[in-house]
Design a protein around this ligand. Sequence first.
Ligand code: E4P
Length: 218
Amino acid sequence: MKFFLDSASLQELRAAAAWGIIDGVTTNPSLIAKEGVPVDEQVRKICDLIDGDVSAEVISPSSKEMIVEGRRLAKIHKNIVVKIPLIAEGVKALHALSKEGIRVNVTLCFSAAQALIAAKAGAYIVSPFVGRVDDMGLSGVEMVRDILTIYRNYAFPTQVLAASCRGPLHVIEVAKAGAHIVTLPYKVLEQMFHHPLTEKGLEQFLSDHRKAFDLVSA
Ligand code: E4P
C-alpha cells in the first residue's frame, strides 16, 4: 500500500519524508491556499522534496480550460499527476489529457458509479472521499470496497486512492479493503505511531535498566 501525504506544507513534508514511508503527495486548492504560494511554485518545491507522484489540482470550470491548465501543470515536473474534479466537464478533460499520456487523479469521488466513469475515461487514480461520505451518514469504507470490487471484476488499471481519511481506523479499514493508496493528513500519520502500551512499555524498560545499572555504577 502506498502512503501519500495530504499536505502542501513543506515543513510537514520534510518531517514525514524523514520517516522514509512517504510515496507521494496530494494537494488541493484549499491546501495550496493555506500555504499562500501559487500552485506551480509550491508543487515544484514539493517535487524537489518527495520522489513520487504529486497531485496538483486544476481550478478551471470548463473542460477546455482544464485541458490547458492540466498541460501546464504536467510540464512542471515528471512526477506531477493532474487532479481533476469528477464532474462532466472534468471527465471530458480527463479523456483528452489521458489520451495525451498525462496522468490524471480524478478527485471529489463520492460513489462507486462515479468511480466507474473515471476508470472508463482513463483515470490513473480515482480519489474516493471516505471521511466526507461518513459525514453524510453513509460508509466511506464500503464505497472504497465497492469500487475495488468493480475495478477487479473488469481489470481496470485505475488505482484507488482513499482520500479524506480522518484517523488511523480509516487507514486500517481501507488497507483491509485493499486500496492501492491512502493519503494522510500529517496529524493522522502521527496518530498512527502512538499506542499507550508502547509508551508505557518503553518507560518500564528504561526504568528497569536505569535501576540496575545506575545503582551498580553509583
Ligand atoms: C485528497 O486528495 C483530498 O483533497 C483530501 O483528502 C480531502 O480531505 P478532507 O475531506 O479532509 O478535506
